[in-house]
Design a protein around this ligand. Structure first.
Ligand code: DAH
Length: 340
């Protein structure tokens, strides 16, 4: 009997090692512990009381062993199944959007990319710059000393540490001149801030795209050429523009480049303050003081700069009548542009 039990134990252990599923385990349990299984078979062979006492203990030992092993193997299988499920499950990613809903690009993003492409094709690099700057970068390096009346036009938000939210992208001019030296061609889009009351064509937070080209023999004709090319590429047709003198301390001479209001066709509307024209791109030849402050040799180099009103451009390009729509977070207004 003892030998028989040892053999059964061994053949059970071999079969168990091969049982890779809950079904296989159940079959094994039935084979050994079922009504007609091996254990029951052994018990039925016991005829005498003494046999039952001694051999019965051995058979019970086999029964306990088989039960325990099947239990253990079952646990192992369940744990492996859970681990496999976890491994194959999609990982939670908090930055993923719901797949059913597609967002759309903000019109300012679309306008920025379009202007960037035009300038990249003309050899300009794209620069990124801070939104918080110091007084020197925003004003003094641009030939606007303290108490200069030009500061009145650009009131902004000041931080406790004396820094401020930049009022124009020109605040990056000095940094970029010092970073690259001459010759250079760069554009730098950015968010700007002004402390002013808002209406259909004024916002306290808006975008500009500044550009600078510094090289030998740069003149106003270079400036006009680049501005015209950029505008006709962005609007995909000839746009009516006018150039008139404008004063900015950091350029000499300085100009206002206006485009005919696309919203009213030049007839006058709230978006263009009823003038039919919209100031779009002030520009000029960079003042020698500004070049010198940026470490540029003014004997050898000259340059032009422009500050394109990117938000204004997006208004014209997409027919947005109220500048406040851009920052409204109103998806009805903003989700009608190119989808992502
Ligand atoms: N920074 C000026 C403003 O926001 C705009 C400007 C004027 C930029 C002339 C220029 C420039 O680069 O040449 O009012």
């Amino acid at each position: 009997m003892q030998i028989k039990i040892e053999e059964l134990k061994k053949s059970f252990a071999d079969a168990l090692a091969l049982a890779g599923s809950a079904e296989a385990l159940e079959a094994l349990r039935v084979e050994y512990l079922g009504k007609k299984g091996h254990v029951a078979g052994l018990m039925s062979q016991l005829r005498f009381a003494e046999d039952k006492k001694v051999a019965g203990q051995l058979i019970n030992g086999l029964k306990t062993y088989v039960e325990g092993e099947i239990e253990r193997a079952g646990e192992e299988l369940r744990a492996a199944a859970i681990a496999a499920k976890v491994r194959s499950a999609k990982k939670y990613n908090p930055t993923l959007r719901f797949p059913e809903e597609h967002g759309s690009y903000h019109p300012i993003t679309l306008a920025t990319r379009e202007v960037e492409e035009v300038f990249i094709s003309m050899g300009f690099t794209i620069e990124n710059y801070d939104e918080i700057v110091d007084d020197y970068k925003c004003f003094e390096a641009l030939n606007i000393p303290k108490h200069h009346p030009a500061r009145d036009m650009q009131d902004t938000y000041y931080l406790d540490n004396g820094q401020l939210l930049k009022t124009h992208t020109s605040a990056a001019q000095n940094y970029i001149m010092k970073k690259y030296g001459a010759p250079l061609r760069a554009i730098f889009p950015g968010r700007c801030f002004r402390n002013e009351s808002t209406d259909a064509c004024h916002e306290n937070t808006f975008f500009q795209l500044e550009g600078m080209m510094i090289d030998e023999n740069i003149s106003i004709s270079n400036l006009i050429y680049f501005m015209k090319t950029m505008l006709s590429e962005v609007f995909h047709r000839d746009v009516k523009v006018r150039l008139r003198p404008g004063f900015f301390p950091f350029v000499e001479p300085g100009f206002e480049l206006d485009i005919s209001c696309e919203i009213c066709g030049g007839e006058g509307c709230p978006s263009c303050k009823n003038s039919g024209w919209l100031e779009l791109c002030p520009c000029g030849m960079i003042h020698p003081n500004v070049l010198r402050e940026g470490g540029i040799d003014t004997e050898k180099y000259s340059g032009f700069a422009f500050g394109l009103g990117l938000t204004r451009l997006a208004m014209m390009k997409y027919g947005v009548k109220d500048i406040r729509d851009f920052n409204s977070g109103n998806l009805k207004a903003l989700s009608q542009f190119e989808s992502i």
